[in-house]
Write a protein that binds this ligand. Structure first.
Ligand SMILES: *Cc1c(COP(=O)(O)O)cnc(C)c1O
Length: 392
């Protein structure tokens, strides 16, 4: 162990983001790991080739670049181990495929990222897994939905379009009693603000595309596991042949170093904009768990140490045309999918629910607050409100 290597057990979150995933026995004196472009790895002798004992054997099976980000994620998540996936959606499907088999029953929260729903209703259904969607605010009443073959519960709290908060510890307690796995998509809070594994979740999923990378230039996903689930995750990830290019891994690790300060700023900016919006007559409700008016605020406050930069608003009786005109009028907010980058974005979301109808209208304006000055962002919103004020 060199003087650059540290045991991080007692370090605070910002320090961990800076120090984790840095194995100086590999990087030597350099701060950052090498970006290893590799398929073939060479062996000294035929015996070495056959022994299977060499640390690196093939590009897909591990490189110093892959290990650096995997170690950093495991450190951040408090995980036994983790894997990298070529997108956030792939992290979702890899996590599900790791624990499910034909004949199983899956419980999935009704507020999850829509393409995750589709993994359940397409690939998993075709493989003989049946899914029941449930009200994300169900809490321990989820016990009535369990069947003898219920293998897993899948959560996203808050859901990244409608922002209901689930009582994760209550749901975990019921799942444990039924010997089922709990999977959580934690992209919104990131492990910086909420550590799913510490709350009993088995697999913690992140679309690293969002805050981890933070610069809107990489597609990547991560899954982190506790000890009982890691062998299943590693097995599935390896047999599916998943791997991520070294440049994308490097950019993600680089982005992660500043994730804490970006999140702190995006948290305060988003709260400023959300509070301003909640005073506007055009706005019926602001969907942001960090506001005391949010129905999930108490649980959010109990379980999470912060809120990130993504939230929604529901406008008062606006037609879709008016919502579209409002978005078209924005100058600083780009119109585009994804979030977690340094720039502000707006999209129109249309909640798709099957367990319980969404109570607040057909369209949600979802805002991602970036690192711009909030005074400029508020002015942009204000001018767009003024422009649409005469439309019906
Ligand atoms: C974006 C997103 C994903 C998917 O990530 P990609 O990298 O775009 O595939 C999964 N879950 C949530 C909550 C997301 O916002």
């Amino acid at each position: 162990m060199s003087r650059h290597d540290h045991d991080l057990a007692n370090e605070k979150p910002l320090t961990r983001l800076v120090r984790s995933g840095r194995d100086h026995s590999i990087t030597g004196p350099f701060v950052n790991p090498p970006v290893v472009h590799a398929s073939t790895v060479l062996f000294e002798t035929a015996d070495d080739l056959l022994s299977g004992k060499q640390r690196y054997t093939y590009g897909r099976r591990g490189t110093p670049t892959i290990e650096a980000l995997e170690d950093a994620i495991s450190e951040l998540e408090g995980a036994e181990g983790s894997v990298l996936c070529p997108s956030g959606l792939n992290a979702v499907s890899t996590a599900l495929l790791s624990v499910l088999r034909s004949g199983d029953h899956l419980l999935m929260a009704d507020n999850v990222y829509d393409p995750a729903r589709t993994v359940a209703t397409s690939v998993l259904e075709r493989m003989g897994v049946e899914t029941t969607f449930f009200d994300p605010t169900i809490g321990s009443a989820i016990s009535s939905l369990f069947r003898a073959n219920t293998r897993a519960v899948y959560l996203e709290s808050p859901g990244s379009l409608t922002f209901e908060i689930s009582d994760v510890p209550a749901i975990v307690a019921v799942a444990r009693a039924h010997d089922a796995y709990v999977l959580a998509d934690n992209t919104w809070a990131t492990p910086y603000f909420f550590k799913p594994l510490a709350h009993g979740v088995d697999l913690s999923i992140q679309a690293g595309t969002k805050y981890l990378c933070g610069h809107s230039d990489v597609m990547i996903g991560t899954v982190a596991a506790n000890a009982r689930t890691l062998p299943l995750l590693k097995d599935t990830h390896s047999h599916l042949g998943l791997c991520v290019g070294p440049d994308d891994i490097y950019l993600t690790l680089r982005g992660m170093r500043t994730m804490g300060i970006r999140l702190e700023r995006q948290q305060s900016s988003a709260l400023t904009v959300a509070r301003w919006l909640s005073e506007r007559g055009e706005v019926d409700r602001v969907l942001h768990p960090g506001l005391t008016s949010h129905p999930g605020h108490a649980i959010w406050k109990r379980d999470m140490t912060g809120s990130s930069g993504l939230f929604g608003i529901v406008t008062r009786d606006w037609s879709l045309d008016k919502v579209k005109a409002f978005l078209d009028g924005l100058r600083l907010f780009g119109l585009g999918f994804s979030w977690g980058g340094y720039e502000s974005l707006a999209v129109i979301g249309r909640p798709r629910r099957t367990a319980k109808a969404w109570p607040a209208g057909d369209h949600i304006i979802r805002l991602q607050i970036g690192l711009e000055d909030t005074a400029d962002l508020i002015q942009d919103l204000e001018e767009s409100f003024a422009r649409v004020s005469n439309l019906s």
